[in-house]
Design a protein around this ligand. Structure first.
Ligand SMILES: N[C@@H]1[C@@H](O)[C@H](O)[C@@H](COP(=O)(O)O)O[C@@H]1O
Length: 260
């Protein structure tokens, strides 16, 4: 696992957007797995700026959703489909056909979960999966004690996650209790995992994920099992890392062209 400590969220967004741009230059139709929440927004803003300036051509990029609420009416502004369309697909000038995601409104949710795992495999797998991290160490909506081998499936949100996400809804009661999420086993099949975390509120989760044991109690610790996982953190989110100086020295010693 590579850990990169950056000055702030904007620097993290720029670094990761550079990596995505490099991927798209190598593989124009790369399948980019996108995360929701507030943390990844600087990534999408930096990538959009690169596309609009002509620095990179994303016209053939494909987008895959990480997770989705269950039971929100189709088109609800806070469904993750709506969020990804608003924050990623439309700013990059892509069409809805470039975008795959689980069907949170399906009658048969289990079938929708299995169908999504198949869709990801049939698309050739995710080339680069962006991740945030919950304050409890979750990735996607894989809550603590999720199997590290899990597949896309329905999950029940913890009270903490519902509270953390209530800010996006008109009232806390509106936050769904159930979600569909790529499983941790599904996430680990991506060729490159890039997790961004910023702010003091994520410091404990990052310390446990990066320097703690691999444990289902800390779903993000599964990144320790992946052959190409990158964790990008600002100084606040890095504040509880014991090996911070080592991570800084390691990244500083990399040739610029290597990126993450
Ligand atoms: N399903 C999402 C996760 O993918 C995201 O990482 C997390 C943290 O969101 P934020 O980045 O806003 O703290 O929120 C939700 O749980």
């Amino acid at each position: 696992m590579e850990v990169v400590i950056v000055q702030n969220a904007a620097a993290g967004g720029e670094l990761i957007a550079d990596s995505i741009a490099g991927l798209l230059r190598r593989k124009p139709d790369a399948l980019l797995g996108v995360a929701t929440g507030s943390t990844p927004l600087p990534i999408y803003q930096a990538l959009t700026a690169k596309v609009r300036s002509g620095e990179v051509d994303a016209s053939r990029a494909r987008i895959a959703q990480l997770d989705e609420y269950v039971g929100l009416p189709a088109g609800h502004p806070e469904s993750y489909r709506s969020v990804v369309l608003r924050e990623v697909v439309e700013p990059l000038g892509l069409s809805e056909s470039s975008f795959i995601g689980p069907d949170g409104a399906a009658e048969d949710v289990q079938a929708a979960c299995e169908a999504y795992d198949r869709a990801l495999a049939e698309a050739g797998g995710v080339d680069l999966q962006l991740l945030g991290i919950g304050t409890d160490g979750h990735i996607g909506f894989n809550e603590p004690c999720s199997s590290l081998a899990s597949r896309t499936r329905i999950k029940t949100l913890t009270r903490q996650t519902r509270e953390d996400n209530a800010r996006f809804f008109d009232s806390p009661e509106e936050v769904p209790h159930h979600v569909i999420t790529q499983g941790i086993g599904t996430i680990l099949e991506a060729r490159h995992l890039v997790l961004l975390a910023t702010g003091e509120g994520k410091a404990e989760a990052i310390a446990q994920a990066v320097e703690g044991p691999v444990a289902a109690l800390v779903p993000a610790s599964a990144l320790q099992l992946h052959p190409h996982a990158t964790v990008v953190v600002d100084e606040a989110a890095a504040s509880r890392l014991k090996l911070a100086d080592y991570f800084r020295a390691t990244f500083a010693s990399k040739p610029d062209w290597q990126g993450i």
